[in-house]
Ligand binder design. Structure first.
Ligand code: GTP
Length: 380
């Protein structure tokens, strides 16, 4: 029953993305400036500002629970008077937000990103204090609405159809304890686990809700949570060797189909996600005939470009993911395979980090050469 109530809604698959909040609109206003004092030329105090500050351990839900009105107003500047010619400045107000927040204005323009603990951004300035230019009236600050949009920061993002075993893999490879169950869409919110290595290196991995074909049309959990893989350095696709079927009235999708369809959904969300380094894990290799099925399909999985032409246009991605590696494991029963995967993930991340570093060095050298060439010694 749980399964049915989760998947059937007006005959379409639709599951709400409850409890976990990854976007919140708030209303902010800087404090008004204090009144000036014309008789003595006194200047009113400036209004306080509203500042968002990233802090570990804060969630958008805890912010909302503590501030159900979602309104944040800074203190007004003090008036100037004969004992205090310069009015006292209004108190700033700080709003603690989770690390990984992007702040956007009403036009969806990015005002700033807070990606490290303690980073901050002023979202509303206070009004100027009354002075001769304002005929000594304090300036009122305009109310603004800003959107706090959370994108998790993890090194690796798990992407797969529901039930592929993403949460099982995250449990096996890290100390995270995401919920695992045999029905689709168990994962309703992203979970993050930490992969720990013997030399204390740590790599973070995010487990995202399952994605199905049509996710871009908001089917299943939709694909909006794919924003959480935008900042990951590696996409780890997980596919069930048995394929996937949401219910009897839905088409069966083979393991290869699910990978092609995931590729398509990623492309429809943001096609530059396809440029990210990617690995593929084929899971549940302990089930009957898994090895036979895998042997049949592994080359096709590795070279998707050779097979996507066989798919109808609406399912066919225009560009394909280039997997650095395709690995077959059983997340549930093969700790050695999981350990091997853990080490490959690290090698792949390190390899791409070194490539990126080399790119940066090459471009710095090219810029320096270009700057030096006209001034350096010239051979005639
Ligand atoms: N036989 C077998 N079953 C597995 C394996 N990995 C996961 N499962 C089972 O597959 C089912 C789904 O596993 P989950 O880890 O919840 O899958 P998920 O991809 O996180 O699913 P969603 O949360 O719906 O996206 C559970 O019943 C798991 O026990 C495996 O390696 N072998």
């Amino acid at each position: 029953m749980v399964f049915l109530s989760r998947i059937l809604h007006n005959g379409r698959v639709r599951v709400s993305y409850r409890k976990f909040i990854d976007s919140l609109r708030i209303y902010v206003r800087g404090g008004s400036g204090g009144m000036g004092f014309p008789k003595y030329g006194g200047i009113g105090g400036k209004g306080g500002s509203v500042i968002v500050v990233a802090a570990e351990g804060v969630t958008l839900k805890s912010l909302l629970d503590k501030n159900p009105t979602k309104r944040f107003v800074a203190g007004n500047g003090g008036n100037s008077h004969k004992n205090r010619i310069l009015g006292e400045p209004g108190a700033d107000i700080t709003i603690p937000v989770p690390v990984g927040i992007t702040v956007l204005n009403d036009f969806d323009q990015v005002l700033g990103e807070l990606n490290t603990d303690g980073s901050s951004l002023v979202v509303a300035y206070g009004g100027a204090g009354g002075n001769p230019l304002t005929q000594y009236s304090g300036q009122r600050a305009e109310p603004l609405s800003v959107k706090l949009d959370l994108k998790l920061i993890a090194d690796v993002g798990l992407v797969g159809f529901p039930n592929a075993g993403k949460s099982t893999l995250l449990r096996a490879i890290s100390r995270a304890k995401p919920e695992v169950a045999s029905y689709p869409f168990t994962t309703l919110r992203p979970n993050i686990g930490v992969l720990e290595y013997s030399d204390h290196r740590q790599i973070t991995m995010a487990d995202l809700p399952g994605l199905i074909e049509g996710a871009h049309m908001n089917i299943g959990m939709g694909h909006s949570f794919l924003k959480h893989v935008e900042r990951t350095k590696l996409l780890l696709l997980v596919a069930d060797i048995q394929g996937f079927q949401l219910g009897p009235q839905y088409p069966y999708r083979s393991c290869l189909d699910t990978v092609v369809l995931l590729n398509k959904e990623l492309e429809l969300y943001r096609d530059d996600l396809l440029d990210k380094p990617a690995m593929l894990v084929v899971n549940k290799m302990d089930v009957a005939e898994a090895q036979f099925k895998y042997d049949e399909v592994k080359d096709k999985l590795r070279y998707l470009a050779d097979v996507v032409g066989d798919y109808p246009e609406e399912l066919r991605p225009e560009r394909v993911l280039d997997f650095t590696e395709v690995m077959a494991i059983s997340a549930d029963t093969d700790p050695i395979g999981v350990e091997k995967l853990k080490h490959r993930i690290r090698e792949v991340l390190d390899f791409h980090a070194a490539l990126k570093q080399k790119d940066v060095e090459t471009s710095v050298i090219a810029t320096l050469r270009a700057q030096m060439a006209p001034k350096g010694p010239q051979m005639l």
